[in-house]
Write a protein that binds this ligand. Structure first.
Ligand SMILES: O=P(O)(O)OC[C@@H](O)[C@@H](O)c1c[nH]c2ccccc12
Length: 250
């Protein structure tokens, strides 16, 4: 990995992630199926959406004060097929406790959004899906296998064609393409359009970041997205607003 090209905020996130240790028991999870949840949404005429409980981020001003569980329930009420919960504490206002509370409160699959770089970090909290960011994981095969051994489904996040090739070689069956460049922190929806054609039809593709309007949704779907991951555009200050934002995009 060429780390010289990372934005300072990302550099700091990665340093914190590497320093985080966990010495709990090895988990064994019984996951709610992500692909079944996407299929159920499609069958119901909704765009499969992973809505993200995202209190703040390095590219957002301020922190949303809405209760994360109320936010999560509003996303499901608005038609989200699955949820994503940030568990990164230092830069995104996330926590493993929040994820536990959200997963207890809803029936849909819940993705753990964090910067997992070592096997033991997988045991910090139960979730249905874990994110592995190709750019930050050197031994993708090993960490993917370790996650699956625990029962997790895995969303492998990519940003370039080379990373898609690595994800596929490692056996990923759900591949995300992040429209946000972690070097500059800029979003360009063209990223998904140029990278997604590398992913075979048998693999589920998720368009991530920067999707904020129905036109963006249509654009990502036209480019082959099986599902979308949306945070900022659904987050709001009240559960009612979050429900309506979610409904609008699904
Ligand atoms: O708020 P947005 O632009 O809708 O983005 C959501 C999600 O894609 C973004 O939060 C994200 C994508 N990959 C990540 C990795 C870690 C933390 C966060 C992310």
């Amino acid at each position: 990995m060429d780390e010289s090209e990372l934005a300072p905020a990302v550099r700091s996130i990665l340093d914190a992630a590497r320093a985080r240790t966990h010495d709990g028991e090895r988990l064994s999870v019984e996951p709610r199926s992500l692909t079944d949840a996407f299929a159920a949404a499609e069958a119901d005429g909704r765009v499969p959406l992973i809505a993200e409980v995202k209190p703040t981020s390095p590219t957002t001003d301020g922190t949303r004060e809405v209760d994360p569980v109320a936010a999560a329930e509003a996303m499901v009420a608005g038609g989200a097929a699955a949820l994503s919960v940030l568990t990164e504490p230092a830069h995104f206002g996330g926590s493993t406790e929040t994820l536990e509370r959200v997963r207890e409160a809803v029936d849909v699959p819940v993705l753990r959004k964090d910067f997992v770089v070592r096997e033991e970090q997988l045991d910090a909290v139960e979730a249905d899906v874990v994110l592995l960011i190709a750019r930050f994981v050197d031994d993708l095969d090993g960490l993917l296998a370790a996650a699956r051994d625990r029962g997790f489904q895995v969303l492998v996040e990519t940003h370039t064609r080379q990373e898609v090739a690595r994800a596929l070689a490692a056996g990923a069956d759900v591949v995300g393409v992040n429209n946000r460049d972690l070097g500059k922190l800029e979003v360009d929806l063209e990223t998904f359009e140029s990278v997604a054609p590398e992913v075979p039809d048998s693999v589920t593709t998720v368009a991530e970041s920067g999707i904020s309007t129905r036109d963006d949704v249509r654009r990502m779907r036209a480019a082959g997205a099986d599902a979308l991951l949306v945070g900022s555009a659904v987050m709001d200050d009240t559960p009612d607003a979050i429900r309506e934002n979610t409904r609008d995009l699904t």
